[in-house]
Structures are given as structure tokens and as C-alpha cells.
Design a protein around this ligand. Structure first.
Ligand code: GMT
Length: 380
């Protein structure tokens, strides 16, 4: 198949999933065309003869306060679909990609070209940004017009029907996010572990884009409680709007010496390989790809009981689920796992086993089947 993929090229989960999907499809000899405004981060050091990259350039003009990205993207989709003879288009994150796909589809129709599009809903496009009245009609419309719609968890599917009631009769297929267990597995990196934790202190890790919903401040406060009981280290991976506040909080609490801000990292699997526990106490999380990658590396997870996290983290088996902002419980549950080696070992094994449910090949085949059925059903 010749597949066009539209996504955000940044470190965000939707862009990561879209890029890894494109790479996996290319491995299976599909021809994949990424249409984005920058090269997707996980494509930077990757080359495949089956992958093409089409950059969307938006011209500046003194009249524009906001550059017309949607117009440029829709035009680029038309161009790529037309000249690369795409069979199908797959857009990740509804805003604005699904509306642009619809616009391109309509333009192509006037040229006698018919191309179906699949929209994958990822999270905040439904739970935060998309539900705002300023964009809701466009999101509802473009979900309804999509030839196939997927959501990354049951929870997100239900959120879509709740937040966009007019989509309730639209079938939404849940296709979970996936992990490449050939890349994400527990490596033995003793030298690296020793550099971070010279006295073999347990290492707690969090990675995100440091937005408010991730509650990184809760992690810092819980870590402060943990450190009062046992020596420990905390690794914070990623960057984003809350980072300055978080660094300030560490200074106030005086625990900066045991916390490392690693910033954006590519070799996340190495960091996870030396980690003993992964923390994800978000207020909203449609899936929690970062937690899945941790589990694949045998790292138990303590996360909040929100969104799709209970579909991923099995309470009392692969880690624990806690209430949002319950900092004391976050600390207690972490200590319980870290101070009990046999429990830690059992959670670590189960976390790895559980991650296998989301193995790349299995999930990528689900997307291929969906493309096939959309192509078969598409009658124009
Ligand atoms: O909202 C973000 O954190 C970024 C966002 C994205 O779309 O880039 O992440 C969402 O999609 C990821 C991939 O499907 C999921 O793993 C994340 O749980 C989800 N984030 C939220 O729902 C907050």
C-alpha cells in the first residue's frame, strides 16, 4: 500500500506513535509518505528506501499574525496524494489534521482522485483542546467524515462519545499504542547505573513533555517523602512549560542533589534499563506510552487511576494505581515496591509480560487490517 501519514513531528506521544507506525509499515514493504512541518524526531537517524518525507512550508506574509498552516498542509496532502498515488491517508491527532485531510479529500475528488482517510485520536485532541467550543464543530465534523476512526484506548473512545455527542453512532475502533520490544528491553548497563547511583540507590524515573497535566510537582514532593525514608535518585526526562517551576520546587525542598534533569533524550531505553520504578501521576492520560515503554524494560509503574492508564497498568501486579494528587500514597506505594525486593522482582516480570500484549507487530497488523477494510468499503 502507499500510505500518507500526517502527524506532529515533535516529542509528543502522537508523533512518536505515528512515526514508529510508519517505520514498521515500511519494514513490511509498504510505501510510507510522512507529511509534516519538520522531520519527525524518531525519523532523524533512520533511513529506509520505503520512507519518504514531504515538508510542509508555510509562507510568512506581513498580513498574517498566524501563518495559514492548515491551508499549506491540505495543499501538500493534495500534492503528495496526487503525484505519489497514495492509496490511503492516516492522520494522527484530530486537530487540525482530520479537517485538513477532509479538505484535501474534497479537492482531490474534483480531480477525479478518491482517497480515504483514517483519523487516530490520541488524547488531548479529545480531552482538552478539542472539546473547547471554539473548535468542537470542526472536530465533530471531521470525525464523522473520516473513513475510519481509531482511539488509543477504550477510555478515549468513551471520552470521544461523551465530549462530542454527535459522533455517538460513528464506529471507533480501539487500537492500543505499541512498543518495539526489540528496542525496549532491559539491558545490563551497570556502568551507567553506577554513574547515577554510586551506592546502588534505587532510581525512580519520569518522562514527559512537562505540561501541567503531568503533575511533575507531585513527583518532586513524593520523592521528597521517599528520600526521608531511603536514599534514592530521581531522573526526569523531557522538557516543557513546567520545567522552570519544577526546578524551583527542587531548590525550595533542597533535594536537587538527588534529582537529575536529563532534558529531551533519544536513548530512553537506556535510561529505563537502569530504572527501578517509573512514575506517571497525570491528571489526564489517554494511554501513557511512556509507561508502556517502561514496562517493556521491566520497570514497575505507579500511575494515577485516570483515562487509559488502568487498561495498561495492572494494580497490584505490574505496579499501583493511585488517586490524582495523592502525594502521600504515591510515596507509600513507591516505597512499598522499592523496599521489597521480591515484590519488585514480581512486578518487574509481570510488567514485561504485560507489555508483550502491546507488541509492535501485533498492533501494526491491526492497522493494516483497518486500512484494508477501509479501502474495501470506500465507495465514491
Ligand atoms: O498530550 C500529550 O501528552 C501529547 C499527546 C500527543 O498526542 O502527542 O499524548 C497523548 O497521546 C499519546 C500517544 O497516543 C498517549 O500515550 C498519551 O497518553 C496522550 N496524552 C494525554 O492523554 C495527556
Amino acid at each position: 500500500m502507499r500510505i500518507g501519514i500526517v502527524c506532529y513531528p515533535t516529542y509528543g506521544g502522537s508523533g512518536v506513535v505515528a512515526t514508529e507506525l510508519g517505520k514498521a509499515l515500511a519494514e513490511k514493504k509498504h510505501e510510507v509518505h510522512f507529511i509534516t512541518y519538520n522531520k519527525p524526531v524518531r525519523l532523524e537517524d533512520f533511513f529506509s528506501t520505503h520512507i519518504y518525507y514531504h515538508e510542509v512550508n508555510v509562507n510568512a506574509y506581513p498580513l498574517f499574525e498566524y501563518k495559514p498552516y492548515e491551508t499549506a498542509l491540505s495543499s501538500m496532502i493534495v500534492d503528495v496524494a496526487r503525484f505519489q498515488k497514495l492509496d490511503i491517508l492516516h492522520v494522527h491527532y484530530a486537530i487540525p489534521h482530520a479537517a485538513c485531510a477532509y479538505m484535501a479529500q474534497q479537492i482531490l475528488k474534483t480531480m477525479g482522485i478518491h482517497i480515504p482517510f483514517v483519523t487516530t485520536l490520541h488524547g488531548t485532541d479529545i480531552t482538552i483542546v478539542g472539546r473547547d467550543a471554539s473548535v468542537e464543530p470542526v472536530i465533530t465534523f471531521s470525525i464523522l467524515q473520516s473513513d475510519g476512526v481509531t482511539a488509543v484506548s477504550q477510555s478515549l473512545k468513551q471520552d470521544t462519545y461523551r465530549n462530542f455527542p454527535r459522533t455517538q453512532d460513528k464506529p471507533i475502533q480501539v487500537i492500543y499504542n505499541f512498543v518495539d520490544t526489540k528496542r525496549f528491553y532491559r539491558k545490563k548497563l551497570d556502568h551507567f547505573k553506577k554513574a547515577i547511583a554510586p551506592y546502588n540507590e534505587p532510581i525512580l524515573t519520569h518522562s514527559s513533555n512537562f505540561r501541567k497535566v503531568k503533575n511533575v510537582d507531585d513527583i518532586i514532593r513524593a520523592f521528597d517523602l521517599i528520600r526521608k525514608k531511603i536514599p534514592a535518585k530521581l531522573l526526569l526526562v523531557g522538557d516543557g512549560p513546567e520545567r522552570t517551576n519544577i526546578e524551583r520546587l527542587c531548590r525550595e525542598l533542597g533535594n536537587c542533589g538527588d534529582i537529575r534533569f536529563l532534558g529531551k533524550q533519544d536513548a530512553i531505553e537506556d535510561i529505563l534499563s537502569i530504572s527501578d520504578l517509573f512514575l506517571l501521576p497525570s491528571s489526564i492520560e489517554s494511554f501513557g506510552l511512556a509507561a508502556l515503554e517502561a514496562m517493556a524494560c521491566g520497570v514497575p509503574v505507579v500511575a494515577t487511576r485516570v483515562g487509559g492508564l488502568p487498561e495498561l497498568v495492572k494494580h497490584g501486579k505490574t505496579g499501583y494505581l493511585i488517586q490524582e494528587h495523592d502525594i502521600q500514597d504515591l510515596a507509600n506505594k513507591s516505597l512499598e515496591i522499592l523496599c521489597n525486593p521480591s515484590l519488585h522482582e514480581s512486578f518487574s516480570q509481570m510488567a514485561y509480560q504485560n507489555a508483550l500484549r502491546f507488541e509492535k507487530d501485533r498492533i501494526v497488523s491491526e492497522y493494516e487490517k483497518l486500512y484494508q477494510s477501509v479501502l474495501e468499503k470506500a465507495v465514491y
